[in-house]
Design a protein around this ligand. Structure first.
Ligand code: TXA
Ligand code: MG
Length: 347
């Protein structure tokens, strides 16, 4: 399949270019588009055949449900059985934005979207191109992250091009995404609201609105079975083996330096995921900086692209510095633990 790339400026959307994407969605095709979190791979969320193509393009297991993206708040009404009071409050406070909520689904949502579950995940993204595409298509858009299944989510059009060239008809290049990590997935379908995947809207922020919200234990543990189907697969995985170091930062630096020596003696090429504050502490390795410890949102924004860059460097092993799990740090550590396939070294 030939893939067309459309460059669209999010601050000044060219309506004619965008209409090409609307047409592809209308014809049952797939379009990769930017959101404020990561790039999504979209299809008409009510068209089963169009959604099937997403699973094929990504190589995604069919038991992993998709998020429906909407462009105005009322669009949720026909998609769910009931909107609880707390759901309404959260929608008012966090939409548009990086919060996905899970509610009992209505009959019009195709089984293929929910992978047969009786619930559906919905969010309203905070990105002008995403909102315009959904609004002009006049349907909810089903969209997982636009990466090959198992790879880090795309935060630049180039990442989508790497993974999806020849597999989908159209990619909208709308520049870099903002948050850099996927949305928070919050299950509101049971009595106690539960975060299944941490993301841009943090536990701390949600706690201010509902004191009974909990985080699923699987978020930072590798031994507990996740409730969200998508969280059980290896994710965000670099080609190289990755080790994640947690603890006091000076101890992390010392331990990583010992590991560098050990791996170099074994003839391995070593990559380091460091931060602004620590980048000069390492020698004899390829040191990439994801962001600043003082501004964890910069680490979030660059995490996935740093993993992809280390792949390009063809390192044999990645030694990654852990950070705190407060606020957005929880989402960052969740992704790093998954990328490292649970190989955590506490120092
Ligand atoms: O930021 C995001 O959420 C991005 C952008 C494109 O919007 N999308 C995204 O989609 O990350 P995806 O498919 O890569 O991740 C969706 C997650 C998966 O872990 C999936 O298992 C979970 O949401 N999910 C979807 N529907 C669910 C449901 N009914 N119950 C439990 N988990 C669900
Ligand atoms: Mg994904």
């Amino acid at each position: 399949m030939k893939t067309k790339i459309l460059k669209i400026n999010p601050d000044n959307i060219d309506k004619e270019l965008l209409n090409e994407a609307v047409k592809v969605i209308g014809d049952g095709g797939n379009v990769a588009f930017p959101t404020e979190t990561v790039y999504g791979l979209g299809a008409n969320g009510l068209n089963e055949d169009a959604i099937k193509k997403i699973y094929i393009a990504k190589g995604r297991p069919s038991d992993n449900p998709l998020i429906l993206h909407i462009s105005h708040k009322d669009q949720i009404i026909p998609l769910v059985k009931e909107i609880s009071e707390i759901a309404n409050i959260l929608i008012g406070k966090f939409w548009p934005g990086p919060l996905t909520i899970i509610l009992k689904r209505s009959k019009i949502v195709p089984d293929i979207v929910t992978a047969g579950l009786d619930t559906v995940a919905i969010r309203m993204p905070d990105h002008p191109i995403a909102l315009e595409l959904i609004s002009k298509s006049n349907v909810p858009i089903a969209a997982p992250s636009a990466n090959t299944s198992g790879k880090p989510s795309p935060t630049k059009a180039n990442h989508v091009i790497q993974d999806m060239m020849g597999r989908i008809p159209l990619i909208i290049d709308g520049g870099n995404t903002g948050v850099g990590l996927e949305s928070t997935v919050l299950d509101l379908s049971t009595n106690i609201p539960r975060i299944l995947r941490p993301g841009g809207v943090t536990f701390e922020e949600l706690k201010k609105v509902m004191s009974n919200v909990v985080q699923d234990e699987s978020i930072i543990s590798k031994d507990i079975k996740p409730k969200s189907p998508g969280q059980k697969y290896r994710h965000y995985a670099p080609k190289a083996e990755m080790l994640l170091f947690t603890g006091d930062i000076q101890d992390i630096i010392n331990k990583i330096n010992t590991e560098i020596e050990k791996n170099i003696l074994q003839g391995k090429k070593v990559g380091i995921m460091a931060t602004e504050e620590t980048k000069d502490k390492y020698n004899k390795a390829i040191v990439l900086v994801s962001g600043s410890r003082k501004k964890p949102e910069t680490i979030a924004a660059n995490l996935f692209s740093t993993i992809r860059e280390l792949d390009k460097e063809e390192v044999d092993i990645i030694l990654a510095e852990g950070i705190y799990t407060d606020d957005i740090g929880m989402a960052i550590m969740n992704r790093m633990i998954k990328a490292a396939d649970g190989k955590i070294i506490s120092v």
